[in-house]
Write a protein that binds this ligand. Structure first.
Ligand code: ATP
Length: 322
Protein backbone atom coordinates (compact mmCIF):
# COMPACT_ATOMS: atom_id res chain seq x y z
CA UNK A 1 0.00 0.00 0.00
CA UNK A 2 1.25 3.47 -0.86
CA UNK A 3 2.49 5.52 2.10
CA UNK A 4 0.03 8.26 3.06
CA UNK A 5 1.08 11.80 3.85
CA UNK A 6 -0.81 13.71 6.52
CA UNK A 7 -0.22 17.37 7.34
CA UNK A 8 -1.01 18.88 10.74
CA UNK A 9 -1.51 22.56 11.55
CA UNK A 10 -2.76 24.75 14.40
CA UNK A 11 -4.95 27.73 13.54
CA UNK A 12 -6.72 30.65 15.22
CA UNK A 13 -5.98 31.36 18.89
CA UNK A 14 -3.46 29.09 20.60
CA UNK A 15 -4.54 26.90 23.51
CA UNK A 16 -2.63 24.81 26.06
CA UNK A 17 -2.91 21.17 25.03
CA UNK A 18 -2.51 21.80 21.30
CA UNK A 19 0.97 20.32 21.62
CA UNK A 20 -0.44 17.10 23.05
CA UNK A 21 -2.67 16.85 19.97
CA UNK A 22 0.24 17.54 17.59
CA UNK A 23 2.34 14.90 19.34
CA UNK A 24 -0.46 12.33 19.14
CA UNK A 25 -1.03 13.06 15.44
CA UNK A 26 2.66 12.65 14.65
CA UNK A 27 3.15 9.47 16.61
CA UNK A 28 -0.12 7.81 15.60
CA UNK A 29 0.52 8.62 11.96
CA UNK A 30 4.07 7.32 11.94
CA UNK A 31 3.17 4.19 13.90
CA UNK A 32 0.45 3.50 11.31
CA UNK A 33 2.92 3.86 8.46
CA UNK A 34 2.18 7.44 7.36
CA UNK A 35 4.47 10.38 6.77
CA UNK A 36 3.60 13.48 8.83
CA UNK A 37 4.26 17.06 7.76
CA UNK A 38 4.05 19.86 10.33
CA UNK A 39 2.75 23.11 8.85
CA UNK A 40 3.92 26.32 10.54
CA UNK A 41 1.50 29.19 11.28
CA UNK A 42 -1.78 27.59 10.27
CA UNK A 43 -3.36 28.12 6.87
CA UNK A 44 -0.89 30.93 6.30
CA UNK A 45 1.97 28.44 6.32
CA UNK A 46 -0.01 26.06 4.14
CA UNK A 47 -0.36 28.78 1.49
CA UNK A 48 3.40 29.34 1.56
CA UNK A 49 4.43 25.68 1.68
CA UNK A 50 6.01 26.35 5.07
CA UNK A 51 6.15 22.77 6.36
CA UNK A 52 8.62 20.08 7.41
CA UNK A 53 8.55 16.36 8.00
CA UNK A 54 8.12 15.44 11.66
CA UNK A 55 9.72 12.38 13.25
CA UNK A 56 8.76 10.48 16.40
CA UNK A 57 11.46 12.35 18.31
CA UNK A 58 10.70 15.79 16.88
CA UNK A 59 7.69 16.01 19.21
CA UNK A 60 9.59 14.88 22.31
CA UNK A 61 8.94 16.97 25.37
CA UNK A 62 6.28 19.24 23.91
CA UNK A 63 3.32 17.69 25.76
CA UNK A 64 3.99 19.76 28.87
CA UNK A 65 4.41 23.07 27.05
CA UNK A 66 1.70 25.68 26.48
CA UNK A 67 1.19 27.41 23.13
CA UNK A 68 1.75 25.50 19.92
CA UNK A 69 5.07 24.19 18.68
CA UNK A 70 3.79 24.65 15.11
CA UNK A 71 2.93 28.32 15.77
CA UNK A 72 -0.43 29.72 14.73
CA UNK A 73 -1.81 32.57 12.67
CA UNK A 74 -4.94 33.94 11.09
CA UNK A 75 -5.03 33.96 7.30
CA UNK A 76 -7.55 36.20 5.53
CA UNK A 77 -6.13 35.03 2.18
CA UNK A 78 -7.03 31.40 2.88
CA UNK A 79 -10.65 32.38 3.59
CA UNK A 80 -11.18 33.26 -0.11
CA UNK A 81 -11.99 30.78 -2.94
CA UNK A 82 -8.65 31.67 -4.59
CA UNK A 83 -6.83 31.03 -1.32
CA UNK A 84 -8.43 27.61 -0.94
CA UNK A 85 -7.50 26.70 -4.54
CA UNK A 86 -3.92 27.80 -3.92
CA UNK A 87 -3.83 25.64 -0.79
CA UNK A 88 -5.11 22.66 -2.78
CA UNK A 89 -2.27 23.09 -5.33
CA UNK A 90 0.30 23.30 -2.54
CA UNK A 91 -1.14 20.15 -0.93
CA UNK A 92 -0.97 18.33 -4.27
CA UNK A 93 2.64 19.49 -4.70
CA UNK A 94 3.61 18.04 -1.33
CA UNK A 95 1.60 14.85 -1.93
CA UNK A 96 -0.65 15.55 1.05
CA UNK A 97 -3.54 13.06 1.39
CA UNK A 98 -5.19 14.64 4.43
CA UNK A 99 -4.86 17.51 6.91
CA UNK A 100 -5.49 17.62 10.65
CA UNK A 101 -6.62 21.13 11.62
CA UNK A 102 -6.44 22.03 15.32
CA UNK A 103 -8.38 25.23 16.07
CA UNK A 104 -11.77 26.82 16.61
CA UNK A 105 -14.97 27.27 14.57
CA UNK A 106 -13.28 29.52 12.01
CA UNK A 107 -10.57 26.95 11.43
CA UNK A 108 -13.27 24.28 10.97
CA UNK A 109 -14.86 26.40 8.21
CA UNK A 110 -11.46 26.46 6.53
CA UNK A 111 -11.17 22.68 6.95
CA UNK A 112 -14.58 22.23 5.34
CA UNK A 113 -13.63 24.47 2.39
CA UNK A 114 -10.42 22.53 1.87
CA UNK A 115 -12.22 19.16 2.16
CA UNK A 116 -14.83 20.26 -0.37
CA UNK A 117 -12.03 21.33 -2.72
CA UNK A 118 -10.59 17.81 -2.60
CA UNK A 119 -8.17 17.65 0.36
CA UNK A 120 -9.76 15.61 3.18
CA UNK A 121 -9.47 17.37 6.55
CA UNK A 122 -10.30 16.43 10.13
CA UNK A 123 -10.76 19.19 12.73
CA UNK A 124 -9.79 19.01 16.40
CA UNK A 125 -11.39 21.58 18.75
CA UNK A 126 -8.55 23.62 20.23
CA UNK A 127 -9.60 26.83 21.99
CA UNK A 128 -9.72 27.87 25.63
CA UNK A 129 -13.26 29.24 25.16
CA UNK A 130 -15.18 25.91 25.08
CA UNK A 131 -17.45 27.60 22.51
CA UNK A 132 -17.81 24.79 19.95
CA UNK A 133 -21.27 23.24 19.85
CA UNK A 134 -20.27 19.80 18.56
CA UNK A 135 -18.11 18.96 21.57
CA UNK A 136 -18.58 19.08 25.33
CA UNK A 137 -14.93 19.97 25.66
CA UNK A 138 -12.32 22.01 23.78
CA UNK A 139 -8.58 21.61 24.35
CA UNK A 140 -7.25 24.37 26.60
CA UNK A 141 -10.45 25.05 28.55
CA UNK A 142 -9.32 23.34 31.74
CA UNK A 143 -5.86 24.92 31.82
CA UNK A 144 -7.30 28.39 31.19
CA UNK A 145 -9.77 28.01 34.04
CA UNK A 146 -7.16 26.71 36.44
CA UNK A 147 -4.97 29.69 35.60
CA UNK A 148 -7.90 32.06 36.13
CA UNK A 149 -8.70 30.45 39.50
CA UNK A 150 -5.10 30.84 40.64
CA UNK A 151 -5.06 34.51 39.63
CA UNK A 152 -8.41 35.27 41.25
CA UNK A 153 -7.39 33.49 44.48
CA UNK A 154 -4.46 35.91 44.63
CA UNK A 155 -6.71 38.84 43.91
CA UNK A 156 -9.09 37.71 46.59
CA UNK A 157 -6.38 37.88 49.26
CA UNK A 158 -5.90 41.57 48.67
CA UNK A 159 -9.61 42.23 48.04
CA UNK A 160 -10.40 40.64 51.41
CA UNK A 161 -7.67 42.52 53.27
CA UNK A 162 -9.12 45.85 52.12
CA UNK A 163 -12.84 45.01 52.30
CA UNK A 164 -13.05 45.75 48.60
CA UNK A 165 -14.99 44.54 45.62
CA UNK A 166 -13.12 43.08 42.63
CA UNK A 167 -14.75 42.97 39.23
CA UNK A 168 -12.81 40.40 37.20
CA UNK A 169 -13.07 39.84 33.46
CA UNK A 170 -12.22 36.39 32.13
CA UNK A 171 -11.97 35.23 28.52
CA UNK A 172 -14.52 33.19 26.56
CA UNK A 173 -15.71 35.57 23.84
CA UNK A 174 -19.45 34.93 23.32
CA UNK A 175 -19.34 31.90 25.63
CA UNK A 176 -19.82 32.14 29.42
CA UNK A 177 -18.39 28.72 30.33
CA UNK A 178 -15.05 29.97 31.67
CA UNK A 179 -16.83 32.61 33.80
CA UNK A 180 -19.42 30.12 35.06
CA UNK A 181 -17.10 27.38 36.26
CA UNK A 182 -14.38 29.76 37.45
CA UNK A 183 -17.04 31.76 39.28
CA UNK A 184 -18.14 28.66 41.17
CA UNK A 185 -14.54 27.74 41.98
CA UNK A 186 -13.66 31.16 43.45
CA UNK A 187 -17.00 31.78 45.16
CA UNK A 188 -17.96 34.85 43.13
CA UNK A 189 -20.92 36.81 44.52
CA UNK A 190 -22.22 37.43 40.99
CA UNK A 191 -21.41 35.82 37.65
CA UNK A 192 -22.26 37.67 34.44
CA UNK A 193 -22.35 35.68 31.20
CA UNK A 194 -23.40 36.68 27.67
CA UNK A 195 -26.02 33.91 27.51
CA UNK A 196 -28.12 35.41 30.34
CA UNK A 197 -29.03 39.12 30.44
CA UNK A 198 -28.41 40.76 33.82
CA UNK A 199 -30.05 43.50 35.81
CA UNK A 200 -27.55 45.78 37.62
CA UNK A 201 -29.72 46.29 40.73
CA UNK A 202 -31.10 42.78 41.11
CA UNK A 203 -28.19 40.62 39.97
CA UNK A 204 -25.30 42.64 41.41
CA UNK A 205 -26.27 45.26 44.00
CA UNK A 206 -29.01 43.30 45.78
CA UNK A 207 -26.82 40.18 45.89
CA UNK A 208 -23.96 42.19 47.39
CA UNK A 209 -26.31 43.76 49.94
CA UNK A 210 -27.81 40.40 50.88
CA UNK A 211 -24.42 38.82 51.50
CA UNK A 212 -23.33 41.97 53.36
CA UNK A 213 -26.28 41.50 55.73
CA UNK A 214 -24.96 37.98 56.32
CA UNK A 215 -21.52 39.26 57.25
CA UNK A 216 -19.66 39.41 53.95
CA UNK A 217 -17.24 42.30 53.57
CA UNK A 218 -15.47 41.63 50.31
CA UNK A 219 -16.84 40.66 46.92
CA UNK A 220 -15.73 39.11 43.65
CA UNK A 221 -17.90 39.81 40.63
CA UNK A 222 -16.97 37.58 37.71
CA UNK A 223 -17.65 38.86 34.20
CA UNK A 224 -17.29 36.97 30.93
CA UNK A 225 -15.51 38.83 28.15
CA UNK A 226 -18.66 38.86 25.99
CA UNK A 227 -20.66 40.86 28.55
CA UNK A 228 -18.74 44.12 28.12
CA UNK A 229 -15.99 46.16 29.69
CA UNK A 230 -15.45 45.83 33.42
CA UNK A 231 -14.00 49.32 34.08
CA UNK A 232 -17.37 51.06 33.80
CA UNK A 233 -19.08 48.36 35.82
CA UNK A 234 -16.60 48.72 38.68
CA UNK A 235 -17.16 52.50 38.74
CA UNK A 236 -20.92 52.02 38.77
CA UNK A 237 -20.72 49.52 41.67
CA UNK A 238 -18.52 51.86 43.71
CA UNK A 239 -20.79 54.83 43.02
CA UNK A 240 -23.90 52.85 44.00
CA UNK A 241 -22.54 51.04 47.11
CA UNK A 242 -19.69 53.20 48.39
CA UNK A 243 -17.53 50.03 48.48
CA UNK A 244 -14.09 50.56 46.95
CA UNK A 245 -14.19 48.58 43.71
CA UNK A 246 -11.38 47.62 41.33
CA UNK A 247 -11.56 46.17 37.85
CA UNK A 248 -9.10 43.50 36.67
CA UNK A 249 -8.88 42.06 33.18
CA UNK A 250 -7.00 38.74 33.31
CA UNK A 251 -6.43 38.77 29.54
CA UNK A 252 -3.93 36.62 27.70
CA UNK A 253 -2.30 35.04 30.77
CA UNK A 254 -5.28 32.68 30.57
CA UNK A 255 -4.05 31.37 27.23
CA UNK A 256 -0.59 30.34 28.40
CA UNK A 257 1.06 27.92 30.76
CA UNK A 258 1.71 24.24 31.06
CA UNK A 259 -1.43 22.26 30.11
CA UNK A 260 -3.29 20.39 32.83
CA UNK A 261 -3.64 16.62 32.79
CA UNK A 262 -7.14 16.99 31.36
CA UNK A 263 -5.90 19.01 28.37
CA UNK A 264 -2.95 16.70 27.73
CA UNK A 265 -5.21 13.66 27.73
CA UNK A 266 -8.01 15.27 25.68
CA UNK A 267 -5.47 16.52 23.12
CA UNK A 268 -3.83 13.11 22.91
CA UNK A 269 -7.11 11.23 22.46
CA UNK A 270 -8.49 13.61 19.86
CA UNK A 271 -5.21 13.67 17.93
CA UNK A 272 -5.19 9.88 17.84
CA UNK A 273 -8.77 9.68 16.57
CA UNK A 274 -8.23 12.36 13.92
CA UNK A 275 -5.43 10.34 12.32
CA UNK A 276 -7.45 7.13 12.55
CA UNK A 277 -10.26 8.82 10.61
CA UNK A 278 -7.98 10.08 7.85
CA UNK A 279 -6.32 6.68 7.52
CA UNK A 280 -9.79 5.10 7.31
CA UNK A 281 -10.38 7.42 4.34
CA UNK A 282 -12.80 9.69 6.23
CA UNK A 283 -12.43 13.45 5.68
CA UNK A 284 -14.59 16.52 6.22
CA UNK A 285 -15.04 15.46 9.86
CA UNK A 286 -14.46 17.01 13.25
CA UNK A 287 -13.69 15.07 16.40
CA UNK A 288 -14.95 16.02 19.83
CA UNK A 289 -15.98 14.67 23.22
CA UNK A 290 -19.37 13.72 24.56
CA UNK A 291 -18.89 13.05 28.20
CA UNK A 292 -15.83 10.83 28.20
CA UNK A 293 -16.33 9.41 24.70
CA UNK A 294 -14.50 10.58 21.57
CA UNK A 295 -17.03 11.28 18.81
CA UNK A 296 -16.87 12.65 15.27
CA UNK A 297 -19.25 14.51 12.97
CA UNK A 298 -19.52 15.81 9.45
CA UNK A 299 -18.12 19.38 9.60
CA UNK A 300 -21.26 21.09 8.26
CA UNK A 301 -23.42 19.18 10.72
CA UNK A 302 -21.05 20.19 13.52
CA UNK A 303 -21.01 23.86 12.50
CA UNK A 304 -24.82 23.98 12.45
CA UNK A 305 -25.18 22.65 16.01
CA UNK A 306 -26.32 25.08 18.72
CA UNK A 307 -24.59 25.35 22.05
CA UNK A 308 -26.72 24.89 25.14
CA UNK A 309 -25.65 27.05 28.09
CA UNK A 310 -25.78 25.06 31.35
CA UNK A 311 -28.44 27.14 33.04
CA UNK A 312 -28.89 24.47 35.72
CA UNK A 313 -25.28 24.92 36.81
CA UNK A 314 -25.68 28.71 36.63
CA UNK A 315 -28.73 28.63 38.94
CA UNK A 316 -26.89 26.38 41.38
CA UNK A 317 -23.88 28.73 41.38
CA UNK A 318 -26.10 31.68 42.30
CA UNK A 319 -27.68 29.78 45.18
CA UNK A 320 -24.44 28.74 46.81
CA UNK A 321 -22.32 31.84 46.17
CA UNK A 322 -24.21 33.90 48.68
P1 ATP B 1 -10.36 30.88 17.88
O1 ATP B 1 -11.69 30.38 18.37
O2 ATP B 1 -9.27 30.58 18.79
O3 ATP B 1 -10.35 32.30 17.39
P2 ATP B 1 -10.79 30.08 15.17
O4 ATP B 1 -10.37 28.87 14.45
O5 ATP B 1 -12.27 30.30 15.31
O6 ATP B 1 -10.04 30.02 16.55
P3 ATP B 1 -10.53 32.23 13.23
O7 ATP B 1 -9.61 33.39 13.22
O8 ATP B 1 -11.99 32.49 13.18
O9 ATP B 1 -10.11 31.36 14.50
O10 ATP B 1 -10.19 31.26 11.98
C1 ATP B 1 -8.87 30.84 11.72
C2 ATP B 1 -8.60 30.82 10.25
O11 ATP B 1 -9.52 29.93 9.59
C3 ATP B 1 -8.82 32.15 9.53
O12 ATP B 1 -7.71 33.01 9.62
C4 ATP B 1 -9.07 31.71 8.10
O13 ATP B 1 -7.84 31.49 7.42
C5 ATP B 1 -9.78 30.38 8.27
N1 ATP B 1 -11.22 30.59 8.07
C6 ATP B 1 -12.10 31.19 8.91
N2 ATP B 1 -13.33 31.23 8.37
C7 ATP B 1 -13.25 30.67 7.15
C8 ATP B 1 -14.16 30.40 6.10
N3 ATP B 1 -15.46 30.75 6.19
N4 ATP B 1 -13.70 29.79 4.98
C9 ATP B 1 -12.42 29.44 4.86
N5 ATP B 1 -11.49 29.66 5.82
C10 ATP B 1 -11.89 30.26 6.95
Amino acid sequence: MEKKTIAVLTSGGDAPGMNAAIRAVVRTGIMHGAQILGVRRGYNGLLHGDMLELSLRSVSNIIGHGGTALLTARSPEFATPEGVQKAVSICRGFGIDGVVVIGGDGSFKGARALSQAGVPCVGIPGTIDNDIASTDYTIGFDTAMNTAVEMIDRLRDTTESHDRCSVVEVMGRRCGDIALLTGIAVGATAILVPEIPYDFEKDIIQRMQFTQKHGKKHFVILVAEGVGRVGGLAEAIEARTGIETRATVLGHVQRGGSPTLRDRVAGSRMGYRAVELLLEGKGNRVVGMHGDAIVDYDITEALEMKREFREDIYRMALEISI
